[in-house]
Design a protein around this ligand. Structure first.
Ligand code: ATP
Ligand code: MG
Length: 421
């Protein structure tokens, strides 16, 4: 494992930041997720630097520095075309509200900084210049044992910051690890603290769990620990078989948050309820709307016998841009719930794609007649009859898109006015 660490590729600009601060006689290390990933032999997503230098000293050491979160000790060094986050070693004062520390104190010692971190595997520091690994809490051993364990006392740490239990389950799902018994046991008694955490933070962790390779077991662990009940009772309270099918569908849906969420909810709640859940979890409004739409229409197996005009009406309601997401959600569900209907579903999928590819008129603005044309043809001014006429024409072209030519629509309109249609 140390071989992984010593052989890890560290970007040049990151090394330049470490060297410069070292030259100035500050203590400086890589910390957190990047050290964990390098020890595992996985390329880190980003490299976080921690140092004994205070923010103003870091600012003075480099040409271009952005004061990202300077009051918490974090600045961003812009160097070699990339951004490197540099944070001053710190410890945290008491937590009053289970959300954020009341005070942040700068420290000169890396071990102090590591001791405020959440899990042993996230509480290691590495100096690639001297090849020193600082691992005061046994992070390496826990990585080897595939265990998520709190730094110090789990009950205390979960009482300080209510998000940590959710992060524990998320890391277990992402890494395929288990929760160390005392860490797991500390979750139920600290749920009142978890309840106070901002939904945005909960949702960010939920999305990482859903996109992990272990969506299903991650969701089971969320339910077993009592976390799920607090932000998604609709799933927590579903009967065992319904919950199992929902998890399985989410697991095989393509790895996009809205698709996995929709596959999870499709057979548990209605479209409007899914939209409400999206809003509750503080997804952007557009995503909440999409969740509602996808859940509303996800049971595409019910459409297998539909005619082309019926399918065009479905396309009109869903919108062409949402067709592929809808097919993905329906496909995931059907594989789990009705595998015998899969060949029929795949034929339906091809029909829907072909109908969509023909770019049929699906809304009034795509009609070959404008509102003005319709009024002129009917010989009327603005009045409710124009709306009625437009709906009539829309229904006609959804039945037969070939009718969407101005002369043919005018003819139809005259026949409609004469009461012949
Ligand atoms: P990922 O690969 O998912 O980004 P990460 O370990 O980088 O994983 P972050 O959420 O980016 O996770 O946090 C960076 C580091 O900050 C963590 O490794 C951990 O040391 C520390 N940390 C983050 N959140 C908390 C928290 N709520 N309590 C204590 N320490 C935390
Ligand atoms: Mg990170």
């Amino acid at each position: 494992m140390l071989a992984n660490l010593h052989n890890a590729a560290i970007p040049r600009p990151v090394l330049d930041v470490l060297r410069r601060l070292r030259e100035l006689n500050f203590a400086v290390f890589l910390v957190g997720g990047c050290v964990r990933d390098m020890v595992r032999g996985v390329p880190p997503k980003d490299f976080d630097v921690a140092t004994s230098a205070h923010p103003h000293e870091v600012q003075a050491a480099f040409k271009k520095v952005i004061p990202t979160g300077i009051q918490h000790g974090t600045v961003t060094v812009v160097i070699g075309g990339t951004h490197v986050e540099v944070t001053t070693f710190r410890s945290e004062g008491d937590y009053h509200d289970g959300r954020r520390p009341s005070t942040v104190t700068f420290e000169s010692d890396i071990t102090e900084d590591l001791s405020r971190r959440d899990f042993t595997i996230n509480a290691m520091a590495y100096d690639p210049l001297s090849r020193e690994l600082v691992d005061p809490f046994g992070g390496q051993a826990d990585l080897q044992a595939h265990v998520i364990r709190c730094v110090r006392d789990a009950h205390e740490r979960f009482s300080e910051d209510g998000l940590r239990p959710m992060r524990a389950v998320r890391f277990a799902a992402v890494l395929g690890f288990t929760l160390e018994p005392a860490t797991q046991a500390a979750i139920p008694p600290t749920l009142p603290v978890f309840r106070k955490v901002a939904m945005e933070r909960v949702r960010e962790e939920l999305v990482k769990l859903l996109l992990s390779p272990r969506t299903e077991s991650g969701l089971v662990l969320l339910a077993e620990t009592g976390l799920l009940e607090i932000f998604l009772p609709e799933l927590a309270r579903a009967d065992a078989e319904a919950a199992r099918l929902a998890r399985a569908a989410a697991h095989i849906a393509p790895a996009e948050a809205e698709l996995r969420m929709a596959a999870l909810l499709a057979d548990l709640v209605s479209g409007p309820q899914a939209r409400e859940i999206g809003i509750r979890l503080k997804f952007p409004n557009k995503v909440a709307e999409l969740l509602g739409l996808l859940v509303e229409h996800a049971a595409l197996e019910a459409r297998i016998g539909d005619s082309d005009p019926q399918l065009r009406r479905l396309l009109a309601r869903v919108g062409l841009g949402q067709l592929e997401p809808l097919l993905a959600v329906a496909h995931a569900r059907i594989q789990i719930r009705a595998p015998d209907r899969l060949p029929d579903f795949l034929r339906l999928q091809e029909r829907l794609r072909a109908l969509a590819a023909a770019k049929p008129p699906l809304s009034a603005k795509e009609l070959a007649l404008t509102g003005g044309d319709i009024m002129a043809t009917l010989g009327v001014g603005p009045s409710p009859i124009v709306g009625e006429a437009t709906r009539f024409l829309m229904e006609s072209v959804l039945d037969d898109p070939a009718l969407n030519q101005s002369e043919r629509l005018k003819e139809l309109l005259r026949a409609w006015q004469a009461g012949k249609v």
